[in-house]
Write a protein that binds this ligand. Structure first.
Ligand SMILES: Cc1cc2nc3c(=O)[nH]c(=O)nc-3n(C[C@H](O)[C@H](O)[C@H](O)COP(=O)(O)OP(=O)(O)OC[C@H]3O[C@@H](n4cnc5c(N)ncnc54)[C@H](O)[C@@H]3O)c2cc1C
Length: 422
């Protein structure tokens, strides 16, 4: 039986909602009179669904970036504003929070952290168990449909089932779902329009896609969006060629930072790729001179400039430039050499649109950060209203940063609610 008056209703049974509900329910002022003080409403039958499917079923819980100042650099939306929240609860605190509750996390060489079980269900089980232990009442297949602020404080809520209830505090943790945005707008907030983030790039018909599967690390990318005015974005790191264009962590990072500019440009632009592994023009010229001298009798196809340069990519560049790969290094003329060096340093590709999303999918946009007190996650527009997780105009690049923001904002909201009392 649902109590008609509670101290906190959390709309949204995702990671941010669970973290906030558990933290609030564990606080000193919780569970008044044996009644469920904290209620989580989840509109679907399955809470924490995204946690379950995340990280290819392993859940990339967070990223081993321990310095809050460095951490904020992974959030295209949020950025420096997150310094305060992360200085109170960030990676180290999240790892300790889960470990205290029996969920050990392990780090991969690239910094991503997963449950040691390598199963996202362990994260879901931990959060559900801790919520139940703290006395949180979870209602599934029940959505918050309307919320009205009461003149004397608190909220009158209408649920999808028609149930009416009152709560002293309301936390919106509905992710990017439009219903949460609508509820927040009804309570005085504005929404920065959502646009997709973390996607791959589709190239205009280009033979490069025949090299699907080739990874170059590092590659340097410079994207000039087609919008007016054009905007420049740069990233460097591992790049994967796919049968539609380009993918890999560096492309996802590029599209995350360029999300709004790309949207404005209709997902079109010019991409310059530096395949040279950071070599300068002079270094490449010296390298080619050495190759002409030391590999003089070898054919170009049989001696690529450096071992980490993919053989398939090297053959592709030779063919595209019409350079005879059968010729010996000693016979490579000045013109073809300059063309090859230019192609290694600055190959240009037309971006035709978005490719499929990576493993992670998030939306850029949401409730404007300036409207929220980031120390408590309480609304500056409506006392007693809190917001956490992806509903906010915060998003991270791929690698566990999005969940990290959910743990941080959820914990801060839960703490502030617990401190405020029943
Ligand atoms: C396939 C995939 C893989 C991902 N992998 C990773 C990863 O490995 N690492 C990472 O950091 N991030 C990952 N992400 C991103 C991450 O899942 C999200 O950033 C995160 O789930 C946001 O959490 P949230 O609690 O704010 O919202 P959500 O997880 O979206 O939860 C919100 C919940 O609210 C419910 N809801 C909506 N409206 C209402 C309403 N009116 N009433 C009641 N309930 C409502 C929804 O059903 C949902 O369950 C991934 C995302 C996807 C889609």
């Amino acid at each position: 039986m649902l109590p008609s008056q509670v101290s906190l209703v959390v709309a949204g049974g995702g990671p941010a909602g669970f973290m906030a509900a558990i933290t609030a329910a564990e606080g000193p002022g919780a569970a008044a009179g044996g009644e469920a003080a904290v209620v989580v409403l989840e509109s679907t039958p399955e809470p924490l669904h995204k946690v379950l499917i995340s990280g290819g079923g392993r859940c990339n819980v967070t990223h081993a970036c321990w310095d809050p100042v460095a951490l904020v650099g992974h959030y295209p939306r949020g950025g420096r504003a997150l310094r305060g929240p992360f200085s109170r609860f960030a990676t180290a605190e999240s790892v300790a929070w889960f470990e205290r509750r029996g969920l050990a996390l392990v780090q991969e060489p690239d910094g991503r952290m997963f449950p040691s079980s390598q199963r996202s269900s362990s994260v879901v089980d931990t959060l559900r168990r801790e919520a139940a232990r703290a006395g949180v009442l979870l209602l599934t297949s029940e959505a918050l449909q309307a919320a009205e602020a009461l003149p004397g404080g608190g909220f009158q809520l209408r649920l999808r089932s028609g149930t009416l209830m009152r709560t002293t505090r309301l936390l919106l943790a509905t992710g990017s779902h439009p219903s949460g945005h609508r509820l927040a707008v009804g309570l005085g907030h504005t929404v920065v329009p959502p646009v997709p983030s973390l996607f791959t790039l589709r190239l205009v018909d280009h033979p490069l896609v025949d090299l699907a599967g080739v990874v170059m690390d590092p590659a340097e990318l410079e994207l000039m969006t087609a919008g007016a005015p054009p905007r420049r974005h740069r990233q460097s790191g591992p790049l994967l060629i796919t049968h539609w264009g380009l993918s890999g962590p560096t492309v996802l990072r590029l599209t995350a930072f360029a999300a709004r500019d790309l949207k404005q440009a209709g997902y079109r632009g010019q991409l310059r790729v530096d395949w040279s592994g950071g070599r300068s023009l002079q270094q490449l010229q010296e390298l080619f001179a050495e190759l002409r001298r030391d590999q003089a009798r070898k054919q170009l196809t049989n001696a690529r400039p450096w071992p980490e340069l993919s053989r398939r990519l090297w053959l592709h560049l030779l063919e595209r430039l019409g350079v005879d790969g059968e010729q010996r290094w000693a016979d490579l003329g000045r013109g073809p050499q300059e063309a090859l060096i230019e192609a290694l340093r600055a190959s240009r590709y037309a971006v035709a649109g978005r490719g499929p999303f990576g493993e992670e999918f998030v939306t850029a946009g949401g409730i404007a950060l300036g409207e929220v007190n980031l120390a408590t996650m309480e609304s500056r527009r409506q006392p007693g209203l809190y917001l956490a997780g992806e509903i906010l105009d915060v998003d991270g690049v791929t690698g566990g940063f999005n969940f990290q923001h959910c743990w941080s904002s959820g914990w801060l909201a839960g703490q502030a609610i617990a401190a405020a009392g029943p």
